[in-house]
Design a protein around this ligand. Structure first.
Ligand code: NAP
Length: 346
């Protein structure tokens, strides 16, 4: 049992070293000395990291070993907070200690297995060893420890999914519930990166919310993923295009819709430079929704202005009430979607 100091606050400002007292997400460096805990903290024995897709891709493109890059970031910052993409990921582990001052009525015990639903970019983390790197799922098996704060959401691991599959789905749990809120019956919805992890969830949710009269179009550049989303049978069309080319993407999408722009365009890519494709496929007063962490606020805002598009630009909040259960239920309700996840991420 580690000693518990009284000084902790629910948001984790007590762990910010640089600058001191900052919130942990914008902080440059966190205290990852877990020889003592602070009030309100949950100590987790970490088994797997699910690195954010944009971050993983950036590390791959930068060259070298991704495991080494993660180790070096965590050594330097006390958290897995990619300096280029600004994004993190989430973790799977076992509860090792619950310090006093946790939220009242919390149904969790030492030994329970949990997935954090808060970004690694604000989670104090120490890694002792990287045991495996799995590029297909952007997951790393590690030996290490982390703490979650009293304000940090997490989910108990479900018993009816393999860990890796549940972790993959929970990483992007914010996406589908927000699609369910935004898609009206018979809507036209376009998903950039529609064959990726969040993309397929968004496509299935768009079909469920929009009904049989909806037009759901996935834009995907990776041929095997394009084939897989096509085989799911939820899309009206799957466009093989590079979403970093706005003119070609818009033309290909309008070709499929008979010239109609979309009510909602979701950007679920793991690369930068897709902002204008998303905006240019959206109808006047429609919604462009940037789930991708590779999105540039400046490019989106100035890009919309530059092409004279009066559309609402949404930033994808990783959190929505009940998002973990919503996303797992979506997988439970669609056997083909679940099989796709099990094949790819299991
Ligand atoms: P993913 O599984 O890697 O899916 C991204 C998909 O986009 C892949 O199929 C990818 O193909 C495709 N793609 C890449 N470049 C493209 C291009 N130029 N044109 C068309 N398609 C392209 O990623 P994910 O886990 O779903 O994550 C998607 C995004 O959501 C990432 O940017 C991630 O950072 C973000 N995210 C956001 C939150 C949040 O809370 N808002 C939470 C988690 C993740 P390849 O396989 O060839 O790369």
């Amino acid at each position: 049992m580690r000693n518990v100091l009284k000084a902790g606050d629910a948001f984790g400002t007590h762990r910010a070293l640089q600058p001191q007292g900052a919130l942990p997400q914008p902080a440059d460096r966190l205290d990852n000395d877990f020889s003592r805990l602070f009030a309100g903290e949950m100590l987790v024995s970490v088994e797997t990291l699910n690195v954010d897709a944009a971050s993983f891709r950036q590390m791959e493109e930068a060259g070298g070993d991704v495991g080494e890059r993660v180790l070096s970031t965590v050594r330097e910052r006390g958290k897995q907070h990619n300096r280029v993409t600004g994004s993190g990921g989430m973790l799977l582990g076992r509860v090792a200690q619950l310090a006093e001052g946790r939220p009242a009525g919390e149904a969790i015990a030492v030994g329970d297995r949990i997935a954090s639903l808060v970004s690694l970019s604000l989670t104090p983390l120490r890694i002792d060893e990287v045991r495996a790197v799995r590029p297909a799922s952007a997951q790393l098996d590690v030996v290490g420890e982390a703490v979650l704060f009293a304000s940090s959401p997490y989910a108990k691991m479900p018993s009816d999914f393999a860990d890796r599959v549940a972790l993959a789905a929970l990483d992007v749990a914010g996406a589908a519930p927000q699609v369910a809120r935004l898609v009206k019956p018979n809507a036209t919805v376009v998903i950039l990166g529609g064959g990726g992890k969040s993309g397929v969830l968004c496509a299935c949710e768009a079909r469920r919310a929009g009904g049989p009269g909806a037009t759901v179009i996935a834009v995907e550049s990776y041929a095997p993923y394009a084939q897989e989303i096509e085989a799911l049978g939820v899309c009206s069309a799957v466009v093989r295009a590079d979403a970093r080319d706005p003119v070609a993407t818009r033309a290909a999408v309008l070709d499929e819709t008979g010239g109609r722009e979309a009510d909602l365009v979701l950007s679920c890519v793991n690369v930068d430079g897709a902002e204008l494709s998303a905006i240019m496929c959206t109808r006047d007063r429609g919604i462009t929704y940037f789930f991708a962490m590779s999105t540039s606020f400046t490019r989106a805002a100035l890009g919309a202005e530059g092409v004279g598009k009066d559309v609402d630009l949404f930033i994808g909040n990783g959190y929505a009430h009940g998002h973990a259960e919503h996303t797992l239920d979506l997988l439970r309700s669609n056997a083909s979607l679940r099989q796709l996840f099990e094949r790819r991420y299991g």
